[in-house]
Design a protein around this ligand. Structure first.
Ligand SMILES: NC(=O)C1=CN([C@@H]2O[C@H](COP(=O)(O)OP(=O)(O)OC[C@H]3O[C@@H](n4cnc5c(N)ncnc54)[C@H](O)[C@@H]3O)[C@@H](O)[C@H]2O)C=CC1
Ligand SMILES: CC(C)CC(=O)C(=O)O
Ligand SMILES: [Mg+2]
Length: 367
């Protein structure tokens, strides 16, 4: 039988830097755990625009549709800020999500003990935090029509449309309830049903789906209150279900509970393929961080933990995912810190590649 296949799309800015560390981890699993993958690499975002004049070539899209999992670094950067909207780097990523139909975006926020002191919140508020945000990823205001910048009278108007069908809400909700069943059976759905019709529909559909999961305790919350509650008392949550836009914002907010945006992984999952594996793309929550790109300062942990999610959700290797997460926890407990995690006295930062190396060493020590 052939090895499972992975397409790596490093992208822009710190994307290639953090992905180089994931490559070390993939090699380690092949060498030491007999878990070999067929790895190919291609361009996305600004890197693809530079070569193809668009942020995702059709051939790359085809490859993504035909592998077992895609790993993506990050896209975007100031060099591309003035491009026409249709070819901006971010559109490459949106195309992947849409055409692979990755409707369920899992964004876990876990506070490792070693970093509890480092969060901008008090230690007792975040210590032991373990929440999962499920963000709908293929619809909502990032995709709704009409959209654009139009002339209206003597000025221009910018339009985006929040649009959700019942089936789009339902499938995202089901994935969140399924996860809640495997966790603490508590789900909070966030929208703004007080001011948005799409929010009213969202609440209705989620309530209807809940009838199939009687063991799960469901609550609803307006998303603005949700943002406030996330920083006031985040441990009240287990699974949070929300739409594309609110999920984008709330998950960046949750990132800071864990210490740094450089810590947060994500999995974007779609329907099962013929081989039973879900369509899947794994990427850190952060962007291309142009302010630190090319300086060896990026924290590769979010990208490495995204690969741990791939082991768990695409390759049925939960124990190996646990091993990798434990290795990350160990290096943090041992005091290794990239620059974004500094703050403790007497600790000097290690580089992106040194962080990859100490995680590989921790994996070796786990054998
Ligand atoms: N999934 C993706 O590819 C995303 C791409 N972007 C794009 O990235 C570019 C920059 O966007 P920003 O708003 O600045 O968001 P960003 O997430 O790239 O950076 C925000 C801040 O967090 C820091 N940061 C992010 N990741 C880090 C890491 N791994 N280690 C250490 N520090 C880290 C950055 O240095 C920066 O100060 C834009 O072009 C944006 O569109 C933004 C978010 C997601
Ligand atoms: C297309 C992305 C740049 C949007 C984003 O910020 C995200 O998905 O986290
Ligand atoms: Mg974002």
């Amino acid at each position: 039988m052939s090895n499972p296949s992975i397409l790596i799309l490093p992208g822009d800015g710190i994307g290639p830097e953090v992905m180089a560390e994931v490559r070390k981890i993939i090699t380690w699993f092949g060498d030491k755990r007999d878990l070999a993958f067929d790895v190919s690499e291609d361009l996305v975002g600004g890197a693809a625009y530079d070569v193809h004049g668009k942020p995702l070539a059709d051939e790359t899209m085809d490859k993504a549709q035909n592998v077992d999992a895609v790993l993506l670094g990050a896209v975007g950067g100031p060099k591309y800020d003035d491009l026409d909207f249709s070819v901006k780097p971010e559109r490459g990523l949106l195309r992947l999500r849409k055409e692979m139909d990755l409707y369920s975006n899992l964004r876990p926020a876990q506070c490792f003990d070693a970093l509890a002191d480092f969060s901008s919140l008090k230690k007792d508020i975040v210590a032991g935090l373990d929440i999962m945000i499920v963000r709908e990823l293929t619809s909502g205001v990032y995709f709704g029509e009409p959209r654009g910048i139009f002339e209206e009278g003597n000025e221009r108007v910018g339009i985006n449309t929040q649009r959700y069908t019942e089936s789009e809400i339902e499938r995202a909700a089901r994935s969140a309830f399924e996860l809640a069943m495997r966790r603490n059976k508590k789900l909070c759905s966030m929208e703004k049903a007080n001011v948005m019709e799409s929010g009213i529909l969202w609440r209705e559909v989620v309530t209807r789906v809940a009838a199939d999961y009687p063991e799960v305790e469901l609550s609803h919350m307006y998303a603005d209150n949700g943002a406030m509650q996330l920083v006031r008392a985040p441990k009240q949550f287990d699974v949070i279900l929300t739409d594309n836009l609110f999920g984008d914002i709330l998950s960046d907010c949750a990132a800071m509970l864990t210490g740094s945006l450089g810590m947060l992984p994500s999995a974007s999952l779609g329907a099962p393929m013929a081989n039973g594996r879900p369509k899947a793309l794994y990427e850190p929550v952060h962007g291309s961080a142009p302010d630190i790109a090319g300086q060896g300062k990026a924290n590769p942990i979010a990208c490495i933990l995204s690969f741990a999610m791939a082991l768990r959700y695409s390759f049925d290797q939960g124990a190996e995912a646990d091993r990798l997460e434990a290795a990350v926890e160990k290096v943090l407990a041992d005091g290794h810190r990239t620059a974004d995690l500094l703050g403790e006295e007497g600790v000097s930062p290690i580089s992106t590649s040194e962080m990859g190396d100490v995680i590989v060493a921790a994996l070796d020590a786990s054998l």
